[in-house]
Each structure stands twice: as structure tokens, then as C-alpha cells.
Design a protein around this ligand. Structure first.
Ligand code: ATP
Length: 304
């Protein structure tokens, strides 16, 4: 797998406090990588370091294969568009004028592309409105458009949906999916909104107390979160043909225990097994959500 960002044992110390503590992480090219952690876990610190806004105390990161110790890291960092905390937008300027300022700052030779950016973030009709009259959602979309100046292929967004209303959240979701699918932009997004993140993320990094607790693909996480039933029976091998008759997917744990996956009607299953002379000794149902998985992984309340 090709990685846009690789982080090895990254540490950031403030006196004796470690905001990042030997953190490792890998962001696959083309992914939407959800960075999940409680307040103070180190998400913003990690993002600021990757973007070159802060220096690590120790450890290495590389962007598009260029290490932070390499002089060419700034070329790789130019491929990043980042929205950290609130976007730097001039309230007394219109959307189009803000973009013009950004085009000049980035050193673009002309203003070609501004109309396309405005249309991408759905601000064409409001391009001549002063930003002080924008909703928070419109502001965030303009912030994302500003990050896209210079055609970055790695977008980093720190809590981009904080404070948005449901409509604003949907608009950002649709925009990010479009950027990822149609423009092949890899996206690293930190968020507290697990439900929302789970609608777009293809990869997850769970961060706590400055280190990476777990990285997992959406596919593997979905498998872990899948509804499952654990059956304890006298002899697992005897019930397998019956499960296959019912087209139930399963995984044998040992001679007496088996895991069943999917949306299964337990009463139907138990009576079917009973009618076929198989006694079930114990039934355990597991139905974990991303929220409960996160809480188990990190401990305590997700928004502490
Ligand atoms: P949040 O979601 O609240 O923004 P976060 O995961 O982004 O949390 P960071 O902002 O990276 O967390 O902060 C990580 C830890 O480092 C926090 O405990 C914070 O107080 C501490 N920290 C950040 N910057 C400094 C600093 N300049 N001096 C001392 N401590 C700092």
C-alpha cells in the first residue's frame, strides 16, 4: 500500500508534558482517514507538526516519501491543503475576493480556477457576498476552497464540522466525498462526531494521550462492529450443517463455542436448533457501535 503520510515515534514535549508520545501513524493514499481522540489527545499537535507549523521534539514523519529532515519536505508540504481550527478569512471581503487574496499568497500566476473552486464548494451564487454575512457552513466551505488553491492532493481538516447545523454537516460531507472520489484527494480529518465520521472515513486512527492506540481500515472495523451472537453448544460440528441450511455466516471458536454474524432472529434460530435436537447452553449477543468501540478503546466518555 502507498502512504501519503508516515509518522514514526513522533514526540512533542512541553517541559515534562508529552503532547505526542512516540506516535506512529500511516495515512494510505486515496483514503479518508478519520483521526479520532478525546480533547487534548494530541490531534491538533500532530496536524500542526505535519503541516510544518511546529517542530517535533523527536521522531520522524514523511510526506509523499520525503522525511521532515529532508530539505525537500517543504515541496511535499506544498501538496497539503490544511484547515486548522478556524479558517483565515477576511470578514469584510467577499468570497471571491478572499480567494483572490489566497491565489496571490500561494503565488498562482492568474485567477483562473476561482470560478471552478466556487462552484465546487457551492458558493457560486454567493460569491459577491461579504463573508461577515455568511453562515458558519458557508464559511467552512470557503475555508476548504481556500485550502484547495494550488491544487493540493492531501487535504488536512481539523474538526471541520464543529458548530455546524445538520444541513451544513451534510454539505461538508458531500464536498469531502466529491473531493476524494472525483479529484483523488487524500483527506485526513479529525473530528469528535463519530457518527458523521463513520459516514465517510475509509481508515481510522484512534489517538489517546499522545500515542496511536489503533489504526484500522473501515472494512476491518465494520467486521468488528458487526452484530454477532456467540452460541455455546454441546458439539459445534453438529450444528454447522443446520447453520448452513439457514445461510448464517459463522466462525468456530472451539468445539463448544461458535460466533454467528448478521441480523439473526434468535428465537427462530433457537427453535430451529431445538426441533433438530440440539440444545443451546448459552447465548451471548454483541452489538457494538463505533461510539462504544471508541469508548472501550480509549476508556471513559468519548468527549471528556
Ligand atoms: P482538542 O480536540 O481539544 O483540540 P487535541 O487532541 O487537538 O484536542 P492538542 O491541541 O493537540 O489536543 O493538545 C494536546 C495536549 O497538549 C493538550 O493537553 C494541550 O493542553 C497540550 N498543549 C498544546 N499546546 C501546548 C503548549 N503550547 N504548551 C503546553 N501544552 C500544550
Amino acid at each position: 500500500m502507498e502512504y501519503v503520510l508516515e509518522v514514526h515515534n513522533l514526540t512533542k514535549s512541553y517541559k515534562s508534558f508529552k503532547a505526542l508520545n512516540n506516535l506512529n501513524c500511516k495515512v494510505p493514499k486515496g483514503s479518508i482517514y478519520g483521526l479520532i481522540g478525546k480533547n487534548g489527545a494530541g490531534k491538533t499537535t500532530l496536524i500542526r507538526i505535519i503541516c510544518g507549523l511546529q517542530k517535533p521534539t523527536s521522531g520522524i514523519y514523511s510526506i509523499y516519501g520525503k522525511k521532515n529532515t529532508d530539505l525537500q519536505i517543504s515541496n511535499s508540504q506544498r501538496r497539503i491543503g490544511a484547515l486548522i481550527e478556524s479558517p483565515s478569512i477576511y470578514d469584510n471581503l467577499t468570497a471571491i475576493d478572499n480567494l483572490k487574496v489566497q491565489f496571490k499568497l500561494v503565488g498562482m500566476p492568474s485567477f483562473d480556477g476561482i470560478d471552478e473552486l466556487l462552484s465546487l464548494v457551492n458558493l457560486t451564487n454567493t460569491k459577491n457576498k461579504k463573508v461577515c454575512n455568511f453562515s458558519l457552513g458557508m464559511r467552512q466551505r470557503l475555508g476548504i476552497a481556500m485550502c484547495l488553491v494550488g491544487n493540493p492532493d492531501f487535504l488536512i481538516l481539523d474538526e471541520p464540522i464543529n458548530g455546524l447545523d445538520p444541513e451544513g454537516i451534510v454539505e461538508i460531507r458531500e464536498l469531502l466525498l466529491k473531493l476524494n472520489k472525483e479529484k483523488n484527494i487524500t483527506i485526513l480529518i479529525s473530528s469528535h462526531y463519530l457518527d458523521e465520521l463513520s459516514k465517510i472515513a475509509t481508515y481510522y486512527g484512534f489517538i489517546g494521550n499522545g500515542y496511536m492506540i489503533k489504526e484500522i481500515s473501515k472494512e476491518n472495523l465494520d467486521k468488528l462492529l458487526q452484530k454477532r451472537i456467540i452460541l455455546k453448544v454441546k458439539k459445534v460440528s453438529q450444528i454447522i450443517p443446520l447453520l448452513e441450511n439457514m445461510s448464517i455466516s459463522y466462525q468456530v471458536i472451539d468445539d463448544a463455542n461458535i460466533i454467528l454474524y448478521g441480523d439473526i432472529d434468535i428465537q427462530d434460530l433457537l427453535s430451529y436448533l431445538k426441533n433438530n435436537n440440539h440444545k443451546v447452553l448459552k447465548v451471548i449477543e454483541k452489538d457494538e457501535t463505533l461510539e462504544s468501540y471508541f469508548m472501550n478503546l480509549l476508556g471513559g466518555d468519548s468527549n471528556d
